[in-house]
Design a binder for this molecule. Structure first.
Ligand SMILES: [Mn+2]
Length: 311
């Protein structure tokens, strides 16, 4: 049986649906890595051993693909090295210096199968900027979808991974294949999931404490919403910065720090990240954001490092 290993987000899921349609696959198995972990686990390795043709979609895992001794078709749009393993057929416009906005567009281009799924993959990956691409608008129009519909469908599909529901992610491919695109708007299990995520985000934001223009937000949730909470606090509610803590995320703690572009001029995020790394924290980020996952009993240590830079 064909095995498709795909990213857990809308782009990964729609790319898989497009591939199944393009190849006319009657039977296939689709798996996603453990959510949030960019690696093949035992479950995926066993399936690779067992199954026939293997496809890897929208997963920037060149090192994993490189090490597999079976024929693989690897379709992606992330910037990555050329695979040396001769058994791998790597289809990625980025190798030739070209950009693709999503893996769904790469699959559609390669097999010449275009529909609203192709557009949804782009919207999932780059949000509203997707509407600047004429092809996205055309594909939605053919299906009679408004921009709002399309954004909502992406929210519904992504509710699976935000809820950390790996099984839901894998089942989503079948749901996409078996329903009309418009019909996805009415798919109850996703509507309920998206609703509880929305509630969790609102709940978190209702517990904001403000000190010197910075929002401090503390909550507990099994949902991976911390970056959304911080984004809302800074981009929508207008705080100069947000220090967000999820005190219990599947047994660990998440700390997230985002500042506004203006505040980024006075905060040295790179320095905070290296101080955290020096203390062996798993931290990363860019100019305006920092994310850290740590043991619950080390939260205060992380906050102290961040706070020292806020004074
Ligand atoms: Mn993608």
């Amino acid at each position: 049986m064909s095995l498709i290993i795909h990213h857990w987000d809308t782009d990964g899921i729609t790319s898989t649906a497009l591939l199944v349609k393009a190849l006319g696959l009657e039977k296939f198995k689709n798996l996603s890595p453990p959510i949030g972990e960019f690696r093949f686990d035992e479950r995926i390795r066993r399936a690779i051993e067992k199954e026939g043709e293997i496809y890897v979609l929208d997963l920037n895992l060149p090192h994993e693909v490189e090490g597999i001794s079976k024929s693989i078709v690897f379709i992606d749009h992330h910037i990555q090295p050329r695979i040396k393993n001769p058994k791998v057929k790597q289809i990625n416009p980025a190798l030739g210096g070209e950009e693709a906005p999503s893996a769904s567009f790469v699959v559609s281009e390669y097999f010449n199968v275009w529909n609203a799924w192709s557009a949804l993959g782009v919207i999932g990956d780059i949000g509203e900027r997707a509407f600047e691409i004429p092809k996205v608008g055309e594909l939605l129009k053919i299906e009679g979808l408004t921009r709002k519909d399309a954004l909502r469908i992406v929210e519904l599909i992504d509710s699976n991974y935000i809820a950390m529901d790996r099984e839901g992610v894998e089942k989503a491919v079948g749901v996409v294949l078996e329903n009309s695109v418009k019909g996805l708007l009415e798919y109850e299990p996703w509507i309920r999931k998206a609703e509880s995520i929305r509630k969790a985000i609102e709940d978190a934001l209702s517990k904001v404490e403000v000190r010197k223009g910075i929002a401090f937000i503390d909550f507990e949730s099994p949902f991976n919403i911390i970056s959304k909470v911080a984004r809302k606090a800074v981009w929508e509610l207008g705080y100069e910065g947000a220090v967000v803590v999820n005190r219990n995320f599947h047994g660990k703690a998440q700390v997230y720090f985002r500042v506004s572009p203006k505040k980024a001029e006075e905060i040295n995020m790179g320095e905070i990240i290296s101080q955290l790394k020096e203390k062996s924290f798993n931290a990363g980020g860019k100019r305006e954001v920092l994310g850290c996952i740590c043991e619950k009993n080390r939260i205060e240590e992380v906050l102290n490092i961040i706070n020292a830079h806020l004074r």
